[in-house]
Ligand binder design. Structure first.
Ligand code: BGC
Length: 542
């Protein structure tokens, strides 16, 4: 297999609204990113992935796009983007951007035109507009639930003032789903792909890549509410067998029709020079279906989300790594590793929070960074941030509103980054930030962690540097497991690299002739005797 830079790249995810504010309006922007890009480069990553900065009414954090080829004024201008690209280039960072093909915003010109046009018109045919069921069309065309809670259909008022057709939105009602059976939709997306490739981007993260094709619309699902619950990572009180059954056949996700679209996009991206790539956000069940998205003529990568829910448990981690390795053995695509992102709890919080959560998160990061394949790091993960508390009046996530506050949503993982200083917003902006930063983040700011040799920031820098320079790390050669007691994870990668992780609450003592490269916590060694504290990982080398 020919190797390319994105086979073992480290990609840093930037959520533009929360990274750095240059114009003191309390929200991050492109100039802010450019000004702070040296921090990202100092981590030793290969690329940044920018979550959407396109024109958007921002009802779903920019994933409700009203013009995918225009920059939202809140983030700046095309010139700002070009200067950001130039800075990234100077720092040796590639840039990946988001593509949101499942839906547009209801403020997109196409949707406005659809509302102003009659049923069955070409303008309506770009979305999923259907007549309702019931004598007067008063019932939605089917009973599907929105992934964000509530019904996935909204009824419009026609131009004569009467209630009319319904449109499908798998997410918020402000995000009408596009009709991918209409060739005009693909033509427009190819225009968008070319537009950003011409700006020099190295690739795209495809949002909801499993959602573009839908089954027969006028068919109800046997348990739509159960299905929405089954799709949520945080719902655990559901019978695992039933969940499996629900997830194995979802009328609007992972339908065969999506693959034709990606073959076309692959042809398009292959006409551009440089090793550019697509990575799919596609939640598929069972996960063995993931490889269907990365067949040689389709996409290049698919996120593996197993580590978004993995416990800090040696046996579970080993099984997850083995599963991916065996699922991916027949495709050339590399596995990917993700500990958190803008949609999921921060890894420190998920592993219990506080000092223990942080210890486990650092130890798990060391395991992840030693695995073959690509790594995605969400902004603030390198600072060991936890989810921040968000007051109800500050909440913005449509999930919070669509579930009447039953689900808090994702605002807590989108609180801006602390850069420096003694008081919030810690250099993110001069005065205020769209979500307040907690006061105790003073100790977690980039500037504070810079001074502390044991900080999570310095640990990440050190690890990523070793990952780049050690001959066994990077690359796609697999791991070989070493015998170890329960709760201890031990593997080698050749030549000469070994990882030992203690996932238990007790110390683990062992002897080794190898040299210590890095440890997630300070450890004791006496000659060749090593005492590994609970929840600690070390890297060794011959
Ligand atoms: C994005 C989310 C977004 C959703 C709808 C995703 O999976 O990552 O942030 O809310 O798609 O676009």
């Amino acid at each position: 297999m020919t190797s390319t830079w994105w086979h073992d790249a480290v990609v840093y995810q930037i959520y533009p609204r929360s990274f750095s504010d240059s114009n003191n309006d309390g929200e991050g922007d492109l100039i802010g990113i450019r000004n702070r890009l040296a921090h990202v480069a100092s981590l030793g990553v290969d690329a940044i992935w920018l979550s959407p900065f396109y024109q958007s009414p921002n009802r779903d954090g920019g994933y409700d796009v009203s013009d995918p080829r225009a920059i939202d004024p809140r983030f700046g201008t095309l010139l700002d983007f070009q200067q950001l690209m130039q800075r990234a280039n100077e720092l040796g960072l590639k840039v990946i951007v988001d593509l949101v093909p499942n839906h547009f915003s209801d403020q997109h010109d196409w949707f406005k035109a659809a509302l102003a046009s009659p049923p069955n018109s070409p303008a309506r045919n770009r979305f999923h507009f259907y007549d309702g069921k019931g004598v007067h069309g008063e019932l939605p065309p089917n009973n599907w639930e929105s992934v964000f809670g509530g019904p996935s259909w909204t009824r419009i008022t026609e131009s004569d003032g009467k209630p009319g057709q319904w449109y499908l939105h798998l997410f918020d009602s402000s995000q009408p789903d596009l009709n991918w059976n209409n060739p005009e939709v693909n033509e427009d997306f190819e225009k968008t792909i070319k537009f950003w490739l011409d700006q020099g981007v190295a690739g795209f993260r495809i949002d909801v890549a499993h959602g573009l094709a839908k089954d027969e619309i006028y068919q109800d699902h046997p348990d739509p509410v159960g299905l929405t619950a089954a799709l949520r990572l945080d719902v655990t009180d559901i019978d695992p067998e039933y969940r499996k059954q629900l997830l194995s056949d979802i009328p609007f996700f992972d339908r065969d029709g999506v693959h034709k679209i990606y073959r076309g996009w692959r042809n398009l991206i292959d006409t551009y020079p440089g090793d550019r790539f697509f990575v799919a956000e596609a939640w598929v069940y069972p996960t063995s279906r993931a490889v269907r998205y990365v067949r040689p003529d389709e996409l290049h990568q698919i996120f593996n989300f197993d580590f978004l829910t993995i416990q800090w448990n040696a046996e579970e981690i080993r099984a997850a790594v083995d599963k991916i390795t065996s699922e991916f053995k027949n495709v050339t695509a590399p596995p990917t590793w993700v500990l958190d992102n803008h949609d999921s709890p921060r890894v420190v919080t998920r592993l219990g929070g506080g000092a223990i959560g942080l210890a486990k998160a650092r130890a798990l990061a060391m395991v992840t960074q030693a695995l073959p394949g690509n790594l995605y790091i969400y902004q603030g993960e390198e600072l060991g941030l936890e989810d921040a508390p968000v007051l109800p009046e500050h909440r913005q996530d449509p999930i919070f509103f669509r579930t009447n506050g039953v689900q808090l949503g994702r605002d807590g993982v989108r609180v801006p980054i602390p850069w420096e200083g003694d008081a919030p917003p810690f250099g993110f902006a001069e005065f205020n930030s769209w979500l307040p930063l907690p006061a105790h983040w003073r100790e977690l700011s980039v500037a504070a962690q810079q001074q502390d040799s044991q900080s999570t920031l310095n640990l990440y820098r050190k690890l990523l540097k070793i990952r780049k320079s050690h001959p066994a790390l990077g690359g796609l050669a697999g791991v070989s497991w070493q015998d170890a007691p329960t709760g201890i994870l031990r593997f080698r990668r050749e030549p000469g690299f070994e990882l030992v992780a203690n996932t238990t609450d007790a110390e683990f003592k062992f002897t080794t002739a190898k040299t210590l490269l890095a440890a997630s916590m300070p450890i004791q060694t006496t000659g060749s005797d090593v005492t590994l504290p609970p929840h600690t990982t070390i890297w060794l080398s011959e």
